[in-house]
Design a protein around this ligand. Structure first.
Ligand code: PGA
Length: 247
């Protein structure tokens, strides 16, 4: 059976001391989890976290990746640089990057291609805003976002992870219900099935106010293969509870 994936998205949180305390807390409680586990940390802390996680069951992830490999791109970090720090995953196209950094569907698709080319698994985020949901456009929006990634990456699409993150649920405490999330996941699964015969092995994560209390019901849904967890990933006990729910 496909293992679930629980990935923490620390966003722009942490410090040397706080990271060490959080990772030590996770490592002391995680044991041998039934699922895969990752933490996506701010880039400046990759070296620190790589050292703390060495040899453990927790994988390392980044929160973004450049669409370029090398050269005059001030501030950017290439996938091969991430690789040097043992990075396995990179979040790509998070709604905060789309919203605050002008990332388009096309840019996200190119970043996915670049990550795959370096052996990094992109966690590709899609999701609708509240206005789009209320206008009945949820399906249209997530399909458009995923279609751009499929278009550029062809059969390599079976190597990605997808995270459905309704923008209205991120950081608001207002999670989608398990049924609402499953409905969108089924749409995404069908779209992936039309693109690759390996669609069943692609992990579809849910993200948006997943927490210790709602994780089990979300993760019980047929097409929900894990979670991308923001706020609750910053508290060791909450994140461990979510990991334990991912069976
Ligand atoms: P949240 O964030 O769990 O704090 O809602 C999730 C995300 O943005 O990935």
């Amino acid at each position: 059976m496909k293992k679930k994936l629980i990935a923490g998205n620390w966003k722009m949180n942490g410090s040397l001391d706080a990271n060490e305390a959080l990772l030590k807390g996770l490592l002391s409680g995680v044991g041998q989890p039934a699922c895969q586990v990752a933490v996506c940390v701010p880039s400046v802390y990759l070296g620190q976290c790589q050292a703390l996680l060495a040899g453990s069951v927790i994988d390392l992830g980044a929160q973004d990746v450049s669409s370029h490999e090398v050269g005059a791109y001030t501030g950017e970090i290439s996938p091969s640089m991430l690789k040097e720090f043992g990075v396995r995953y990179a979040i790509v196209g998070h709604s905060e990057r789309r919203q605050y950094h002008g990332e388009t569907d096309g840019m996200v698709a190119t970043k996915v291609q670049r990550a795959l080319g370096s052996g990094i698994t992109p966690i590709v985020c899609v999701g609708e805003s509240l206005a789009e949901r209320e206008a009945g456009k949820t399906e249209e929006v997530v399909k458009r976002q995923l279609a751009a990634v499929i278009h550029v990456n062809g059969h390599c699409i079976s190597e990605i992870v997808v995270a459905y993150e309704p923008v209205w649920a991120i950081g608001t405490g207002l999670s989608a219900t398990a049924e609402q999330a499953q409905q969108v996941h089924a749409v995404l699964r069908a779209q992936l099935k039309a693109a690759t015969s390996n669609a069943d092995r692609i992990k579809l994560l849910y993200g948006g106010s997943m927490n210790a209390g709602n994780a089990a019901s979300l993760l019980a849904m047929q097409d929900i293969d894990g979670g991308l967890v923001g706020g609750a990933a910053l508290k060791a006990q909450d994140f461990l509870t979510i990991i334990a729910a991912a069976v």
